[in-house]
Write a protein that binds this ligand. Structure first.
Ligand code: GRG
Length: 295
């Protein structure tokens, strides 16, 4: 296993412990929703976004326990998005992270509620004093996460995605959709490190540029997996975009150009980190992992 995979696993173990502490324990009749929240969140996953939070915050003088809470909160938002995305009204997927989707394991109403509760818990966690002693920092985290997850961010991107099969999207249209749907949360992961660390404008700009290019490279890699990946390895259905006639980076650019574009974006993302010294090494290495990933 490579260094970066080891680092990802080590960070994932810490994030999972934090999630286990923060997620409600099932009890009483309403315990079913807690069970579904736990099922959807503590079910594997690369913990890529939490890793970005931890690496970005470690560039500055930050407290690891606060960063871990932000990392767990972003994973809650990500897990909610996957639970809702898998619902029959959206992407209608029976399998996620190699196991039954949340609505298949439980039922649709419970999956909707579990997603809602994960989203709200994320805000409860980042707005609590244990995340950062300074209320201004907490307020900025709340605002940035709300923008990234809402109608001008991930939810807006999901709306565009649901319409993608009926629209003749150009490459600019596909880029905008993906920048909102997946890019916004990835950008928040990096931005949150800068907010926690009260970074300079220059450092913040550099992380913003990095997150932009990394987010697009991540999505192209995801489209490539959907186009030529293996369902078992990916832990989810593949070939769905083409079957639905959805415009993606692969359908608009073709396999080869999409691969080339991902490599170019990866190089560009790494260039943004020139400002930081050796401390940014994990952020550099994760770029390559994202482009090469098979799940
Ligand atoms: C329902 C509001 C709402 C939003 C859904 C993110 C999203 C928007 C839908 C997910 C659909 C999807 C498969 C998008 C492609 C990129 C992506 C988010 C892949 C899954 O993320 P990974 O690879 O998954 O980080 P793991 O399981 O490792 O956490």
């Amino acid at each position: 296993m490579s260094d970066i995979e080891d680092a990802l696993r080590a960070a994932a173990a810490k994030v999972d412990r934090t999630l286990d502490e923060l997620l409600p324990k099932p009890s009483g009749i309403e315990g079913r929703v807690a069970e579904a929240m736990r099922y959807a969140t503590l079910s594997g996953g690369k913990r890529f976004r939490p890793f970005l939070v931890l690496c970005a915050s470690s560039l500055f003088r930050t407290n690891e326990s606060g960063a871990l809470r932000v990392a767990a909160a972003i994973e809650m938002v990500h897990s909610y998005s996957l639970v809702h995305d898998d619902l029959p009204a959206m992407d209608d997927d029976d399998m996620r992270r190699g196991q039954a989707s949340c609505h298949v394991k439980f039922d649709e109403a419970t999956a909707i509620l579990a997603g809602d509760a994960l989203l709200t818990l994320a805000f409860e966690v980042i707005s609590a004093p244990a995340t950062h002693e300074n209320p201004d920092v907490r307020c900025r985290l709340v605002q940035a996460l709300a923008t990234a997850a809402g109608g001008q961010g991930m939810v807006g991107g999901q709306m565009l995605d649901l319409r993608a099969a009926d629209e003749d999207l150009t490459i600019a249209g596909v880029s905008r959709l993906q920048r909102l749907k997946t890019g916004a949360l990835i950008a928040f992961a990096c931005e949150s490190g800068a907010i926690l660390g009260r970074a300079s404008r220059e450092a913040r700009q550099a992380l913003r540029g990095y997150a932009h290019d990394l987010g697009l490279a991540f999505q192209i890699a995801d489209d490539l997996l959907d186009a030529d990946g293996d369902a078992k390895e990916a832990g989810k259905a593949v070939g769905k975009d083409a079957a639905a006639g959805k415009a993606t980076f692969v359908s608009t650019l073709g396999l080869d150009r999409a691969r080339t574009q991902a490599v170019m974006l990866a190089e560009q993302a790494t260039d943004h980190l020139d400002l930081f010294d050796k401390k940014a090494e994990p952020l550099r290495k994760i770029v390559q992992f994202v482009v090469d990933r098979r799940h």
